[in-house]
Design a protein around this ligand. Sequence first.
Ligand code: ADE
Ligand code: ZN
Length: 327
Amino acid sequence: MSQLPKVELHLHLEGAAPPAFIRGLAKEKSIDLSGAFRPDGSYDTGDFWHFLKVYEAACTTLQSPEDFRRLTLAVLEESASSGVVYTEAFLSPDFCGGRDLTAWRDYLAAIEAAADQAERDFGITMRGIVTPIRHFGPEKARETALCAAETAGRFLTGFGLGGDEKVLSPKDFRWSFDCAREAGLRLTCHAGEWGGPQSVADAIRDLGVERIGHGVRAIEDLALVDRIAEEGTVLECCPGSNVALGLYPSFRAHPIERLRERGVKVTISTDDPPYFHTTMAREYDRLADAFGWDDEVFGAIARTSLDAAFCDAETKARIGKRLGDRP
Ligand code: ADE
Ligand code: ZN
């Protein structure tokens, strides 16, 4: 299904780094990352908490704007080869100069320059969503929000929250989300992945987000599912990520189809593709196998994704043409 035009809303830039790319940087900088890889060269992902450790270890190799420029190009080339025409990537000032605003501006400029080049070379458009990391705590999230607020604009369009959903609660991050909202950023939050339906309800109530990262465990409370459907909250579903990390035993057991049938706006993303041995084309293939989804279903989901994208109207109209909208 690599030929269908796709819109991805949930992709961690560092989490999309090809393992060979990270190994190359580790070698250049003499960083010992041997524990992060399996003998076959893939990331040693394990369960979610092990995954976070390997992820953060891999990020220690990304030390300069130039590293992020190269990373962004590599990631967007790979996404474009899966048919992705528009992608929103989570960017973390924590890994880009340690939340220092001057450094962050340089990192962001390098990422944006690479995105512009990828648009010319590979025909993919990218926008950024700044994402504090929940288990780093609310104080660091505040510094991250200030970086985001100062750089909000055409390229940086959103603010989110990733990391370990089992620690702290959405309300601990209210200041950061209010700061981002006041700067004009659109809001999303990881919830309902490792936390249950209450975690999704809390993120909506306490942070006022319009999208939820994952959100799939809302299925455990059908009244909440109906509310999400009615209010039009969009779920950034990443089925391959959930199956790889053991949240569901198979694609067929994944709730994305039950959520869709009940009227929820579901979308399809890869999260951290090489960690989970996936790509957007592979997600489409596996969803088609599991649920019999055809081009019409995938076309409707791509349209839902574009409607929920955080970019400006002109960009949406341009991408819409690539999804088959009439001019
Ligand atoms: N950061 C990268 N991938 C993540 C995920 N699946 N959940 C939470 N935080 C993440
Ligand atoms: Zn994620």
